[in-house]
Write a protein that binds this ligand. Sequence first.
Ligand SMILES: Nc1ncnc2c1ncn2[C@@H]1O[C@H](COP(=O)(O)OP(=O)(O)OP(=O)(O)O)[C@@H](O)[C@H]1O
Length: 928
Amino acid sequence: MLQATENCYSLSREYKPFQHKNEVFALMDYNIPDLIENGSGEMKSKMNLEDSVDDFDISLIQKRFPSITLGSAPQVDLYDGTTSNSEATIISATEGFEQNFYDSSEARQVQNTLSEASWPFDRSSVTFSASRKDDSFPLTSQSEETLDEVTREDSQNKVGLQSQSNLTLNELSLDKSVDCLLGLTKRQYQLLDNCGLHTLRKLLHHFPRSYANLQNAHAKIDDGQYLIFVGEVLSSRGVKASCSFSFLEVIVGCQIADRESACENVTDEVEQKKTIYLHLKKFFRGTRFTYKPFLNSIANKYQVRDIACVSGKVRTMRAKDHYEMREYHIDVLEDGKDLSLCAKERPYPIYPSKGGSNPTFLRDIIARALHALPVNVDPIPKDIREEFGLLSLHDAYCGIHKPMDISEADLARKRLIFDEFFYLQLGRLFQMLEGLGTQIEKDGLLEKYKRPENNTACTEEWCCLTKKILELLPYTLTSSQLQAVSEIIWDLKRPVPMNRLLQGDVGCGKTIVAFLACMEVIGSGYQAAFMVPTELLAIQHYEHLLTLLENVDEVKCKPTVALLTGSTPLKQSRIIRKGIQTGEISMVIGTHSLIAERVEFSALRIAVVDEQHRFGVIQRGRFNSKLFCTSSIPSMEDAITDGSSKSDDYMAPHVLAMSATPIPRTLALALYGDMSLTQITGLPPGRIPVQTYTIEGNDKGFDDVYKMMMDELKDGGKVYLVYPIIELSEQLPQLRAASADIEVISDRFPEYNCGLLHGRMRGDEKEETLRKFRTGELHILLATQVIEIGVDVPDASMMVVMNSERFGMAQLHQLRGRVGRGTRQSKCILIASTASSLNRLKILEQSTDGFHLANMDLLLRGPGDLLGKKQSGHLPEFPITRLEVDGNILQDAHVAALKMLSASHDLEKFPALKLELGMRQPLCLLGD
Ligand SMILES: Nc1ncnc2c1ncn2[C@@H]1O[C@H](COP(=O)(O)OP(=O)(O)OP(=O)(O)O)[C@@H](O)[C@H]1O
């Protein structure tokens, strides 16, 4: 684990799986992998991150982010979930909006005139702090500000959740161009524009990546160190050294811990302090810089007894406790009259640089933007804020950028995270509502989400066809499967389109549950579509369903099922499309060709999307926009025996999404906040848990594995060998490749047949290979991760995964799920390239619970790695949020979004909120 920091609040994402969810660290935008990711190749390789998260060489990070200094003080957590809103220190409100904004061209003109009069060069070319008490930003007194805030808050209060009718121009202020900031030069504007910070919102969303602790507790100061101090300006002078050379010297005195004398005087419990003197020097070459007015003006920027925060590189001087700083930044703390108060707790924001503009410049501009920010900038009504313990948006921006203490930064962060989740949930639900026709549908939908307990109602009124299939199954459904079917059928009978996610661990039997849902719809005279991500899976499901239907004797009610994939010959696909259009085909299974423009349904009532995360929201939504039904299929009407209602004019089809990757609840909500959830817990009876072994991939390791394989094959088992790549790679010579290994394995097991399966093969080749493996013609299948999803060969009994450290934990669990699907005791062997990567894999040895492993993966590797590139691509960017730890805020945001939409379906009562939602994500119908 990382060492604690002394002068910088915690550096790391904490790798404690069971840590309190609410506990987040101050590092705002970076975590260790990010730091390394962004760092040099040398750094990455030195840290060997992939192998072990525990073995960081922290000094490398320090080298990259020199402001981070290390010591032994305990880590400071941002919050522990106990801080309430009332404990927040209210940040002083700033002066009114109008005072800070005025015509920008005029502003620049005035500013340019001012700058040119007093400065012989552009302000941005020097590194003086611009956040100095600037005449152009006169602050109102604290009491005035508070009064102002109270008045504003009061008037907002009256509006509350009822409506938000008083939309003023201020609501647009976040998206104003930064050129409305007072005193911004053209050049500064250009700089901000170039790095994408052209609006106040963009600027204010450039969050500090960390906070430095200004306690001056440096144990030992070494030459060349980059440190941060807070201290008192002792003198400031501009000196003409020659006719063309001058310099500015500011001396700042700082109190730091005196460890030396403390050591000598061990009995003294009071901490010893001493003063050190920092000589900040800036040199100017050129005659024009030697004029007295210039020298006076730069020296006067710093007044004796000003409290300033100084950061930079120190060089020891000859005199004891004197240090020179030539590369430095100095910030005069505006409210820093009392050194002890300032230095005590105040976190100092450290910004990441952006697009070439330096953090100092950004800090200054952000401070100006905060001054200009109107107090009533918040689109979220006050009662919602109070209910969820949130700071106002204005306070949150101040709190994140200029916190008085770390708890304020924490509350600010909480509010900003809330916003990220809130608008995501609001947007998704808003889109859902927009897609619905009637008020009743909308109310029904919101009610459903608001009371998830109502969503678990079950019904036993199944139609004849469903009951028939159930009777014909070669096994009995588990109680969890039965519950899932009942829940879904209950939902199918409601006048609101279902949008449900069916989740369950690998091999728990989701497919049959979805089939039964389809049968229910077909039995009521409508059509069903079943969309899967791969052709292999489509064929497998198709064959599975045909086998199930084989025994349905009554021809009349036997559904006609078709398979439609990218490889379906043109002529055949035309016939199938026609059948779908006329209603002759009651169910179609296929890949994304099902949502192609040309496919039209006669009466689609349910769309099942298997491995839902492999499809985007838009793809999922396509079913909504193109597939409406007007009435049931005439040909099926005779088959309807239970008199279900058919009066469903233009209702969007029900959507049942399935996910085989167990996704932690947080993530599920972030990805599918607009869905109800059905879970299948437990596996069908008779399953014996797969025995998992982790083995280091050296010669001895492979000998052992081959021996185990031989035993398994002799015993009548079938073996999967899983490889990370198809062909050998020059860049990654340590990786074993499937096609390169086929000879090796065939030679090693001459009496057994080996086959190859990978993504570059044609669809029919893949199917043929899998068929041979299923029927026993092949005994060993060398495959890539194509088999990860859905492949079901119940008597496959052993899996060996090569270079398994290359796979995520959830992915390995999925792969492992390909074995142990029958009644035979199965094994899974995870071969690791190095001994150090065995640790992470051992978690799989100990657990076969997919949800537990997915949680671990989320904590260890983050959502990107857990979900894979494609799926995580459907997650919006969360600049400040860590999904893995901020789940509880997401839950709150979901509830808050429901409240807002219940109060106003179209958000017309909350114009500011609607406007904000529109700014954050374009509002459009799903599938558009
Ligand atoms: N109740 C049951 N009893 C016995 N076997 C069952 C039961 N339900 C399903 N099965 C069988 O279990 C195997 C796995 O089912 P299925 O393919 O539906 O799993 P899944 O949940 O889709 O898993 P994956 O996500 O791995 O594809 C199949 O062979 C299926 O026939």
